[in-house]
Write a protein of this length. Structure first.
Length: 191
């Protein structure tokens, strides 16, 4: 099923646009389904990689991205234009990933067997280093992992991260400091 078909057949209809919504932004426009389908096609891979770094499981990452796009579609008319749609979507992905991590924190580890098979089947020094870093990132607490990935991998500014995660900029900096410290310790210990 295509993305636009998936969105059109969702069980939860989109909210009615707010009267204050900017023209051309809400679901009231005929092209809204087409717009979000195009955004999905354009941003899916990047957002999937972000989700994968946060939840460390390919299937869970795909679930996070799908849930994020469904939430984005439902709240399309809530978008105020204060940031780009891509940044808005990134925030939804992060919140979905953090919710998943919170709900499954004590149930199981998110290190998948697929990561282990990739590591054993393609042994190259550069690839090993990447897997070691990915594994180290996966061991960070959820909030610290989100802050680290958004800042050091995705390149978001501290204030933008604070807005995406709904925390103070000082808290972002503290999480980032501790995440970098822990990663350095894990990587140094591994060598």
């Amino acid at each position: 099923m295509s993305t636009s078909a998936l969105l059109e057949h969702s069980l939860v209809p989109p909210r009615e646009p707010r009267p204050s919504a900017k023209p051309g932004i809400g679901m009231s426009t005929p092209s809204a389904s087409t717009e979000i389908a195009a955004l999905f096609e354009q941003e899916h891979r990047r957002l999937y990689l972000l989700a994968l770094r946060l939840v460390a499981n390919p299937a869970a990452a795909e679930d996070v991205v799908q849930e994020a796009f469904l939430r984005a579609w439902r709240s399309w008319s809530d978008f105020r234009g204060a940031s780009s749609r891509s940044t808005w979507l990134c925030g939804i992905v992060v919140r979905c990933a953090l919710n998943m991590l919170r709900s499954e924190r004590n149930e199981r580890s998110f290190v998948s067997s697929e990561t282990h098979s990739i590591e054993s089947s393609t042994r190259r020094p550069q690839h090993e280093a990447r897997i070691d870093l990915e594994r180290a990132i996966a061991t960070l607490p959820a909030r610290a992992r989100a802050v680290f990935v958004l800042r050091d991998i995705e390149g978001h500014a501290v204030n933008e991260e604070a807005q995406l995660l709904d925390i103070a900029p000082g808290t972002v900096k503290a999480h980032l400091f501790h995440a970098r410290q822990r990663l350095a310790s894990l990587i140094d210990h591994h060598d």
